[in-house]
Design a binder for this molecule. Structure first.
Ligand code: EPZ
Length: 469
């Protein structure tokens, strides 16, 4: 494994041959070159500053994952713009490349894909077991080649991450599906349209079935479909390649299978969860932050809650401004499928309510283990009691600084928000989880006045303390 970037290549054309495969982004090279170093990385934070300013929101990770998988369903070139440079995306691109998809990253946020020479239908790349979205390759490969073998998905440990609805959908379309040696193996002579009812609203199952159905013979109806913006984005991308998908964004999606899909150039929608995270960062630090390049409609449930909590929120075109001049007010929130309050924003609102005046109740109705951050927050003096899927939050006046560990992607981001409010120095370990879904998280926070740095040694940490004083 050479792992050494070739001299002269531009940062995003680094042609590093690793185990005979190419990797692209400098971020990824850093991962490969210094995994131990990445594991050592911490955030060092000196809290107490209100966040003020403007921040550009990147492309939606959970839309890009479905769109990139769909891109392998055509033999013509596709160009996907506005993808976020985050670990989940880079891992999926590696997995695609491991089965022979040609991927060329023209820059950090744009990738060209040619899937005409796919050499294998078995996706068992070690990386892929660490991200859940690997399973979108199942629907894409099954739709295109009528066969697929993909490692059982990984993903954040936020509760049971079942795939029974995906399998139900593939079987309804005529595929046989079995699990052997850690692989999901799907196989079909033909795929024929079917009427599929999803017992639970599932983003992943909705997208995966939509992918397979796009190239099935006849009509497929997906009832009780997920309505998230990223489901709509994948449907729009499929249609831009010549598919026939109607009703995405409602709970009944109708797919009329087509014989082939053609190339397309497609920009990913803005990330509603990254936007929401910065909106709550403004709220919790009593700041004034404008998130730019967003779709305000996708943020409505978060805007509504921030207003209930006493913030001023102004929407204008593709920007939303959040101003919090006083202590937040308590409220109650229950996570729901879109357009309800998103589960991926549950840790961020709970952490904000932990400093609000009064008692709040947060109910997590989507996943069964998404309160792991509560034990970490207790180290900062929070007062939260978790009973089943409900957190009873007594607001405290302030958090004290502490040394924390990120339990997963969104909880990690929420703990950063908490540390930004605490006087003194805090650290957060295991920030690799945060890198899965946030591009340049600390850089964007610094641009808003946060005193936060990524450090990978005690020396760096001491240097940060001297720097910020
Ligand atoms: C997607 O996960 C997102 N991940 C998650 O975001 C997000 O939290 C979730 O949707 C809900 O919005 C990606 O898009 C890559 P689900 P997914 O299938 O598709 C149950 C983040 O932070 N279920 O909608 O795995 C499941 O157990 C991540 O970016 C079944 O019972 O979520 C859960 O309780 C975290 N059977 C509920 O449905 C199945 O076959 C919703 O899960 C599938 C799911």
């Amino acid at each position: 494994m050479s792992g050494e970037p070739l001299q002269g290549a531009s940062e995003y054309e680094i042609d590093v041959s690793v185990r005979g495969r190419e990797v692209w982004s400098a971020w990824e090279v850093r991962q490969l070159q210094g995994n131990d170093e990445v594991d050592m990385e911490q955030y060092a934070i000196k809290g107490g500053n209100p966040l003020v300013g403007e921040v550009e929101i990147g492309g939606a990770k959970n839309a890009a994952l479905g769109v990139l998988a769909a891109a392998i369903m055509t033999d013509e070139m596709t160009v996907i713009d506005n993808i976020p440079d985050v670990r989940d995306i880079n891992v999926l691109l590696q997995a695609m490349e491991s089965i022979g998809v040609i991927v060329y990253r023209t820059d950090r946020h744009t990738v060209r894909i040619n899937a005409s020479m796919i050499s294998g239908l078995v996706v068992e790349d070690d990386y892929i077991k660490k991200i859940r979205a690997s399973y979108y390759l199942l629907g894409a490969l099954l739709g295109k080649y009528k066969h697929a073998e993909v490692a059982l998905p990984g993903g954040c440990n936020i509760g049971s991450r079942k795939i029974d609805l995906h399998i139900k959908g593939f079987k309804a379309l005529g595929a046989s599906v079995k699990i052997e040696h850690g692989l999901i193996i799907a196989d079909a002579q033909h795929l024929r349209g079917a009427h599929i009812y999803l017992d639970t609203v599932s983003v992943g199952a909705t997208i995966n079935i939509m992918l397979a159905a796009a190239l099935a013979e006849g009509k497929t109806v997906i009832e009780n479909a997920a309505k998230e913006p990223h489901v709509v984005d994948v449907a729009n991308f499929l249609n831009s390649m010549g598919a026939n998908v109607k009703g995405a964004g409602t709970d009944v999606i109708r797919v009329s299978g087509v014989r082939k899909l053609h190339g397309s150039e497609y920009p990913i929608i803005p990330d509603q969860i990254e936007a929401g995270t910065f909106m709550f960062a403004a709220a919790i630090t009593k700041g004034d932050v404008t998130v730019k390049n967003v779709i305000p409609k996708h943020l409505e449930s978060m805007t509504a809650k921030l207003i209930e909590m006493g913030c001023q929120v102004e929407e204008s075109g593709d920007a939303v401004r959040v101003v919090a001049s006083k202590r937040l007010e308590s409220t109650h929130v229950k996570t729901l499928a879109y357009p309800g309050f998103p589960t991926d924003m549950q840790p961020q609102i709970a952490v904000s309510l932990a400093l609000a005046r009064g008692t709040s109740i947060v109910t997590e109705s989507i996943f069964d283990n998404r309160f792991k951050y509560v034990d970490e927050l207790a180290k900062m003096g929070s007062n939260i009691k978790v009973e089943g899927n409900t957190a009873i939050i007594e607001g405290v006046d302030k958090f004290t600084s502490a040394n924390l560990t990120a339990p997963d992607l969104r909880a990690g981001a929420a703990l950063v928000l908490a540390c930004l409010t605490a006087e003194g120095f805090s650290t957060i370990d295991d920030i690799k989880y945060i890198g899965r879904g946030y591009e340049d998280f600390e850089v964007k926070l610094q641009s808003l006045g946060a005193q936060i740095e990524k450090v990978s040694s005690d020396k760096d940490l001491q240097k940060f303390k001297l720097k910020v004083g």
